[in-house]
Write a protein that binds this ligand. Structure first.
Ligand SMILES: NC(=O)c1ccc[n+]([C@@H]2O[C@H](COP(=O)([O-])OP(=O)(O)OC[C@H]3O[C@@H](n4cnc5c(N)ncnc54)[C@H](O)[C@@H]3O)[C@@H](O)[C@H]2O)c1
Length: 418
C-alpha cells in the first residue's frame, strides 16, 4: 500500500519506519524542513534505541522518504496522522491536528483510509470526519474510511511495544475499524481490539488518567506520611503485599509528553467539572513545590541562608535512564527555586548542557536534590561526595536513597521518619 504518515515526531517516525519495514511504500509529511532533510539523509532527530539503524535501512531500501510537500502524498491508500496535540495556556490545542486533516482533505481520493493516532479529546475523530466530508464532498463509510488508533508505546521501548502491545482501534464505522485492523496487522503482533472511534479516544485518555490519579494518591499518602512521621516507601511496600492493592510510587512530580496533559484532554469536552481528576493533577503539579519546602526546611536546620545556597539538581529527565525532559518536574523544581538561591547547578548523564561529572557539579555546593531516578544515582557514594561539598544537605525526590547518609541533613519525599 502507499501510506502517508503526517507528523514525523516521537510517534510518527517509528510508525512510518514500521510500515516501511513491513513492505509498504511510505511517505512522511512533516512541516519542519530541518527534520525532513535529516531523515532523508538517514539520520534520526529523536533519541530512541534502534531508530537510526532502522531508519537508514528503510531509506536505503527506498521504502521511506520524508517531504514537506502535500502533493507528494496525493492519492495515498492510507493517511496516518501523528501530529502533536498539546495544551496551550491550559487549553487543548487541536490546531496542528486540524491543519493536518485539512491537508489530507486536499489530497485524499475515493477509497482511502484516514487514521488519527494522535491522542485527542472524545468526539474529535467524528468531528474530523465531518470536516473532511465538508471539505471534499466525500462520505465517510462510503467514499473514505476513518478510525482512531491511539498509541500506547513508552519512549525507550517504542520499537518493541509498537509490535507487541495490544492495540485499540475505533472506527467511525465498523468497516473503517476493520480496514484499519488489516493495515496494522502488517506489523502488530499484539492483540487488536475493535470498537467505535469515541470509545477508543476515551480508552486512551482513561489509561493515562488512571496512572496520573494513582500517582496523585501515592503523593497524597507521601504528604500524610510527613504528618505522621512514617516512611511512606516502607508503608507502600507493606500495603502492596495485600493481594488486591497496588499503590504507585510518590515523587517530585509527573512529567513526560502525555501524563500531564491527557487528563485535561479527557475533561476538555465535558459539560460539568469533575473534581477527582482535576485535583489529582493539582497534587502532582504541586509536588515540585513540596520538594522546595523540604529543601528550605533543610537549609534552616543546616543554618544555610537560602540566598547564599548553591544547589545541585541530579537528573533533569522526567524518568530514570531517559534523556526526555518534556514537562520534567526537575525543570519545574529549578524554576521554583531559581530566584531564591544563589546558584542552581545540574548533572544528568543523559542530558546535554549539564555538568560533565557529579563530582564537578557538587564541588563547593550546599545541597543535592535528586529529581530523577537514573540507575547510576543509586550507586553514588554520598559520603565521598559530601566531602566535596560546603554544606551537606541531601533531598531525595525519587526514593533513590534508602538510608540517610551519615553527616547529611536529609529530607525525602514521603520520608516522614527522618
Ligand atoms: N510521545 C509519546 O510517548 C506518545 C505516546 C502516546 C501517544 N502520543 C500522542 O501522539 C501524538 C504525537 O506525539 P509526538 O510525541 O510524536 O509529538 P512530536 O511533537 O514529537 O511530533 C509531532 C510532529 O508533527 C509535525 N507536524 C505538526 N503539524 C503538522 C502538519 N500539519 N503536517 C505535517 N507535520 C506536522 C511536527 O513538526 C512534529 O515533528 C500526540 O497526540 C501525543 O499525545 C505520544
Amino acid at each position: 500500500m502507499r501510506i502517508a504518515v503526517i507528523g514525523l515526531g516521537y510517534i510518527g517516525l517509528p510508525t512510518a519506519i514500521m510500515f516501511a519495514s513491513a513492505g509498504h511504500e511510505v511517505v512522511g509529511l512533516e512541516i519542519r524542513e530541518d527534520i525532513v532533510k535529516k531523515l532523508n539523509s538517514g539520520r534520526a532527530h529523536i533519541a530512541e534505541p534502534e531508530v537510526e539503524e532502522r531508519l537508514r535501512r528503510a531509506v536505503e531500501e527506498g521504502k521511506l522518504r520524508a517531504t514537506t510537500n502535500p502533493e507528494d502524498i496525493k492519492g495515498a491508500d492510507a493517511f496516518i496522522i501523528c501530529v502533536q496535540t498539546p495544551l496551550k495556556d491550559g487549553k487543548v490545542d487541536l490546531s496542528y491536528l486540524e491543519n493536518a486533516v485539512r491537508t489530507v482533505a486536499g489530497v485524499i481520493e475515493r477509497g482511502a483510509l484516514v487514521i488519527i493516532e494522535s491522542t485527542v479529546p472524545p468526539g474529535t475523530t467524528l468531528r474530523m470526519a465531518r470536516l473532511i466530508e465538508e471539505l471534499t464532498g466525500l462520505k465517510v463509510g462510503q467514499d473514505f474510511h476513518m478510525a482512531h488508533a491511539p498509541e500506547r508505546v513508552m519512549p525507550g521501548r517504542i520499537f518493541h511495544e509498537l509490535v507487541y502491545n495490544s492495540r485499540i482501534i475505533g472506527g467511525v464505522t465498523p468497516e473503517s475499524a476493520k480496514r484499519a485492523e488489516i493495515l496494522y496487522h502488517s506489523f502488530v503482533r499484539g492483540e487488536i481490539l475493535l470498537t467505535d472511534a469515541t470509545t477508543a479516544e476515551m480508552v486512551k485518555l482513561m489509561e493515562n488518567t488512571f496512572r496520573d490519579v494513582n500517582i496523585a494518591l501515592a503523593n497524597e499518602f507521601a504528604l500524610l506520611a510527613h504528618q505522621y512521621g512514617v516512611n511512606v516507601i516502607e508503608a507502600i511496600r507493606l500495603a502492596n503485599t495485600h493481594p488486591r492493592v497496588s499503590i504507585h510510587w510518590p515523587g517530585i512530580g509527573v512529567g513526560g509528553h502525555c501524563l500531564p496533559k491527557d487528563p485535561y484532554l479527557l475533561l476538555s469536552g465535558a459539560r460539568e467539572d469533575f473534581g477527582l481528576i482535576r485535583k489529582a493533577r493539582e497534587i502532582n503539579e504541586d509536588m515540585p513545590l513540596f520538594a522546595k519546602d523540604l529543601l528550605f526546611d533543610a537549609f534552616k536546620e543546616a543554618g544555610v541562608p537560602r540566598e547564599d545556597a548553591i544547589v545541585v539538581v541530579l537528573g533533569l529527565a522526567y524518568k530514570g535512564d531517559s534523556d526526555d525532559t518534556r514537562n520534567s518536574p526537575a525543570l519545574a523544581f529549578i524554576e521554583a527555586i531559581e530566584g531564591d538561591v544563589a546558584d542552581v547547578r545540574t548533572y544528568d548523564p543523559f542530558v546535554g548542557g549539564t555538568h560533565e561529572s557529579v563530582e564537578k557539579a557538587v564541588k563547593g555546593a550546599d545541597a543535592i536534590v535528586i529529581a530523577t531516578d537514573h540507575s547510576i544515582f543509586r550507586s553514588l557514594n554520598w559520603e565521598q561526595l559530601g566531602r566535596l561539598m560546603r554544606t551537606r544537605i541531601l533531598v531525595d525526590g525519587r526514593h533513590v536513597v534508602k538510608d540517610p547518609p551519615k553527616g547529611f541533613v536529609f529530607r525525602g519525599i514521603g520520608r516522614g521518619d527522618v
